[in-house]
Design a protein around this ligand. Structure first.
Ligand SMILES: C[S@@+](CC[C@H](N)C(=O)[O-])C[C@H]1O[C@@H](n2cnc3c(N)ncnc32)[C@H](O)[C@@H]1O
Length: 202
């Protein structure tokens, strides 16, 4: 399948089958062990942006949450839907920075999750996206964000975004950083790859 989706999705469609094997090999509870204690009691309304193969949407749905899973790469979204059929997951074709469909629905969420997607946006897109995301979060809601550092995989579009930049931008839009873990290890033991794990309260 050609990679002709929105900016940031380069390289994903053509590797969809391999990515299913890779991403689904990680348990949701392990990937998110640093933030699970911050989640509200189910059923909360959770928005998972850049939901990939649906591992986290499924993990959250299994906990009893109602999940909106946004994924612009059709090859991943369709596989995710097939792998994780759940009445608690709404699969949506939308993309950052504007999330046009989501924004038009005028729903707000208790939790917004951005796992390994923020660094796919360039600086201008990040500035555009943050107020859109903040506007989708209810007052008191939680935003969980991870961002990657290190070598960029072939064919991907990725930027090295300092945690301090993400925190400052979020704060401009009323989000307070409540967790800042920088330089964490890679789940796949990739040499030179580290992760920031951030959480915010609106
Ligand atoms: C590294 S994968 C992470 C997938 C999933 N969150 C996980 O942790 O397994 C990044 C995901 O972000 C999606 N993505 C890339 N650019 C995007 C954009 N502009 N808007 C929304 N999602 C995007 C990709 O299609 C891909 O599914």
């Amino acid at each position: 399948m050609p990679d002709n989706g929105p900016r940031g999705t380069e390289g994903y469609a053509s590797e969809a089958d391999a990515l299913v094997r890779q991403y689904e090999s990680l348990p949701f509870a392990d990937v998110h062990r640093h933030v699970l204690h911050l989640l509200p009691r189910p059923p909360a309304r959770v928005l998972d942006i850049g939901s990939g193969t649906g591992r986290d949407a499924a993990g959250l749905a299994d906990l009893g949450h109602l999940v909106t899973a946004v994924e612009p790469t059709a090859a991943l979204r369709l596989r995710a839907k097939h792998l994780h059929p759940s009445p608690r997951i709404d699969w949506v074709d939308d993309s950052l920075p504007d999330l046009r469909l989501l924004a038009a629905r005028e729903h707000t969420f208790d939790v917004v999750m951005l796992t390994a997607v923020w660094m796919h946006l360039d600086a201008i897109e990040r500035v555009r996206a943050m107020p859109v995301i903040a506007g989708l979060l209810r007052s008191g809601g939680l935003m969980m964000l991870t961002q990657r550092h290190g070598p960029v995989p072939a064919g991907r579009r990725m930027f090295d975004v300092p945690a301090s930049e993400t925190i400052a931008l979020a704060e401009t839009h009323g989000l307070t950083c409540i967790q800042r873990l920088e330089g964490g290890d890679s789940h796949f033991n990739r040499p030179g790859v580290t992760w920031d794990r951030l959480a915010f309260r609106r």
